[in-house]
Structures are given as C-alpha cells and as structure tokens.
Design a protein around this ligand. Structure first.
Ligand code: HEM
Length: 450
C-alpha cells in the first residue's frame, strides 16, 4: 500500500502501535465506533480486536462473512465452554465482559438438539403473547412513566423512560407479583449498572426462582406459565435460566432501541414531514445505530481457514452487526430497497426470537411519548451527548429533553378484568409475597389501582 491508501487508526486508538489489537472499549470507541469499523475493514472480512483488557477476539465486520459464520453451526458453536483463552486461565476473573460471555445453561449457549429444544420452548411461549394486550400493557407502563415527570417539563429520556420501560414490560409478560417484580427490577438494574453486580445477579436469580415456584402452584396467563407448560418439559433450573436469558438478552437491547430511536427522532428534522415517522426512524436506527453492536460469540470446532484467516479451535469470534450493516455490501443493498436485510437482530439459528414483540413495544412507547409530549425536544446540543462504553451495546448515557409541562395521566381504578395478570396475582395470597415494600414495580401496580 502507498502512503495515501495506508489506513490510519482513529485518534487515540492503540493500533497506532503496530501489532496492537484494536480495543472496542473506552471513551474513544464509544464516541465514534464507525471510525473504528472503517479502520477495521482494512484488515479484510475479519479483524483482531480486544473486548476488554486481556480479552482477545476476532471480529467479523463483513456482511457475507458474518452470514456464513452465523449459518454454519457445524463449524462454529455457541457453547462458551469451548473458549480456549478462558480454559487456559487467560481471562481476568473480574473482566467486565466475562458475565456476558461465560457459559450458562440456556438457549444462547447451546447447540444442536439441545438448542432446538430450549429455543422452541421460548419461541412457542412468546408466540402466545397477545399483540393487543402487549401494546396496551406497553402503553399503560408508558403512561405511568410519563406521569412521573410530565409536570416537570424536563426529563432524561434514558433514566426516566427507556431504561425503566423494558423492565416493567418483562414483569408484566412474566406475570410478576409486586414483591418478586421489585427484586427482578432491582437485580437486573444493579447487574447492568455494575454496582455490586454479583449481589444484584443473586437477587435476580432468587426472585426468578420464587416466580417459578409460584407459577408451578398458581399458573397464570403469562410467559412463565407457558414456558413451564411447554412440551419441552423444562426443569425448574432450566426455567430459571431461560427466564433470566429473556431478561438479560431482552432488557439492554430494548432499552437501547427505544433510546436510540428517540435520539434519532429528536436529532433529525426529516422525520417530522413523513407519515411513517416512527417505523422509519426505528428502521434507520436498526441499520445505522444497532442496539447490539457486536455479539454472537461463536467458537470454531477445529483449526480452520475462514474468510482468508487462519483460526484455531476455541478462538473467540464475534460478529459486528454494526460494521456489517454500514459496510459497502449492505449499503448498496439498502439503496436498492432491501429495507430489512440488516443484521441488527442477527441471523441463523440464534437470531433474536423476539423481534416482533420488541418492535411493537418500541413503536408503542415512542408513539405514546410523542403523543403525550408533542413539543418534546433535545435539551442539550447534539454533540454533547455521550454513549456508554463497552463492546456489545450501543446506547446513550443520557438523553436530556424538555417540553411544555403537561398534566400527568391519572388512571381510574381498574375493574378486576382490566387488571394485568401481575396485579391479579399480587392480590392473591402467595408464598412469594415477602418482597420489599415500595419498590419500582410496586409503585406502578399501586398507580394502576387508581
Ligand atoms: C423483548 C425483547 C427481547 C427479547 C425477549 C430477546 C430475546 C433474545 C434471546 C432469547 C436471544 C437468544 C436466542 C438464541 O440464542 O437462540 C436473543 C438474541 C439476540 N437478540 Fe434479542 N431479545 C429482545 C430484544 C432485542 C432487541 C431490541 C434487539 C436489537 C435490535 C435484539 C437483538 C438480538 C441479537 C443481535 C441476538 C443474537 C445475539 C447473539 O447471538 O449473541 N434483541 N434475543
């Protein structure tokens, strides 16, 4: 290559020192990931990256290579017990990426027949979710959250809205009564905020265990019960791990999809003049600002050549949905009208099984916010917004907004049949009713009572 075409790493990137892997963490990466992807493409379809200090991976940035990997489950497996660097003790025990990458007995880390069995139970249970009920539930939750800040005339649309809404939706879908739901919210928030993450994870697993025991005794019209009644005959332990997977795999990307779509609407005037406003902004977000930027960890079963690169069995491979979506091949397909060819939901046997419900909740919650606060606008300059660091997710730290103060929606007391399953369960005597009083989920259930 001559001097003019030699790719230059983004400013601050340690790849300026020849031989260094490109870090997908830290403020420089979070500030401009697309500059990093542009640089990584110069390595070819795959590139050497570091996910956190001491955690090396090969990142697939090219669309065709990504599809090839995601669809070849004979050569590439999901079971993280194959991860060679972990087995050889090279991964720091306290690495921030370890909780996402280390094995758990759930669909995401399974292969072959076991994956099929666990995934079928999940997809069949999600298919039973009534779309009308899901929209109503998302709207109720949205009303409640907006009511908490409507009179203020300002809000952080991440902390006050996008972060909380998915948690409440999951509690509702799972049929969580007050005490259990409060601890699920507490646990999962703590896990992702990284404040005493281990304790938070313990609280979440205990609460889900209690939920499973409760639904064995008192089945309901909810995902927990449907999962339990599925012909896959999940054990209690399997139940807990699949529910935790739904929560962990669903919560962060849903929060980011709501946040990134709101960000797009508030920073691009073009949508204001279009009929399909929210759908359009959501699709553009999936293409250009995918909520999960790099994931789909896979491990080659044997030493092999892949996309011109020599791999060893047990190497950690990651797919960059964000780089593939914005690379030359897909950009051309998008221009030619392939509006949903992007990889934001991944592809192949482990693609997201919750695409439609996630889309529906996002559209409902964004639409309701724009309806209730029609003049909502960004309260800070666009370029002052910052993004959370880390290789996997793409989401804002805050999204400060202002609007004309509005009267919060007051809900009339609900008739018993109008009440969500969780609230009806909450009223019933249960072995699991010993939760903390006054948690976030209890606050919502009390508000619903009017
Ligand atoms: C209701 C919310 C959601 C739920 C319950 C959910 C659930 C799941 C589950 C269970 C998996 C693992 C599937 C398997 O391994 O067979 C998965 C994978 C995935 N989901 Fe979702 N998801 C949700 C929202 C989202 C959103 C909003 C996005 C981003 C647009 C997303 C993107 C993905 C991707 C990229 C994968 C593949 C990850 C990997 O292979 O490592 N999901 N999801």
């Amino acid at each position: 290559m001559d001097a003019q075409t030699t790719p230059v790493p983004p400013p601050g990137c340690p790849a300026h020192n020849s031989g260094a892997r490109v870090p997908l963490y830290g403020p420089e990466f979070a500030a401009d990931p697309q500059a990093y992807y542009a640089f990584l493409r110069h390595y070819g379809p795959t590139a050497p990256v570091e996910l956190a200090p001491g955690v090396e991976a090969t990142l697939v940035t090219d669309y065709a290579a990504a599809l090839q990997l995601l669809q070849d489950s004979a050569s590439f497996r999901k079971d993280a017990r194959r991860w060679r660097d972990l087995a050889e003790g090279k991964i720091p025990a306290d690495s921030p990426v370890a909780p996402v990458l280390t094995y758990r007995p759930n669909a995401m880390f399974s292969d072959g027949a076991e994956h099929l069995r666990l995934r079928q139970a999940i997809t069949d249970s999600l298919a039973k979710v009534d779309t009308r009920r899901l929209s109503q539930s998302a709207e109720r939750i949205s009303d409640y959250l907006i009511a908490q800040f409507a009179e203020r005339g300002s809000a952080d649309l991440i902390a006050d809205y996008a972060k909380q809404l998915p948690l409440f939706v999951f509690n509702e879908l799972f049929g969580c009564p007050a005490g259990i739901g409060d601890r699920v919210v507490f646990g999962i928030t703590g896990m992702f905020d990284g404040v005493n993450a281990e304790k938070a994870m313990g609280v979440m697993f205990t609460a889900i265990g209690e939920l499973v025991a409760l639904k064995r005794a008192q089945p309901g019209e909810d995902v927990t019960t449907w999962l339990m009644q599925h012909s896959a005959r999940l054990t209690d332990e399997e139940m807990v791990h699949q529910l935790a997977l739904l929560l962990v795999a669903g919560n962060e990307p849903l929060r980011n999809l709501i946040g990134n779509t709101l960000h797009r609407l508030l920073t691009h005037d073009a949508y204001a003049n279009q009929g399909g406003l929210i759908d359009e902004a959501l699709d553009d977000t999936l293409w250009e600002n995918a909520p999960m930027s790099n994931l789909a960890a896979h491990y080659p079963v044997a030493d092999m050549e892949f996309a011109g690169q020599q791999l060893r069995a047990g190497d950690l491979m990651l797919v960059s949905f964000a780089a593939a979506n914005t690379g030359p091949a897909l950009t051309a397909a998008r221009k030619a009208g392939s509006n949903r060819a992007h990889l934001a939901w991944s592809a192949g046997p482990h693609a997201c099984p919750s695409k439609d419900p996630a889309r529906q909740v996002t559209v409902t919650s964004v639409e309701n916010l724009l309806n209730k606060l029609p003049d909502v606008e960004l309260a800070v300059p666009t370029d002052s917004l910052s993004w959370r660091p880390g290789p996997f997710n793409r989401g804002l730290t805050t999204l400060p907004a202002r609007f004309t103060p509005a009267q919060p929606t007051r809900r009339p007391a609900a008739r018993p049949t109008d009440r969500p399953a969780a609230q009806q369960q909450a009223a019933a005597p249960s072995a699991a009713g010993k939760g903390e009083r006054g948690g976030m989920w209890s606050g919502f259930l009390n508000w619903l009572k009017g």
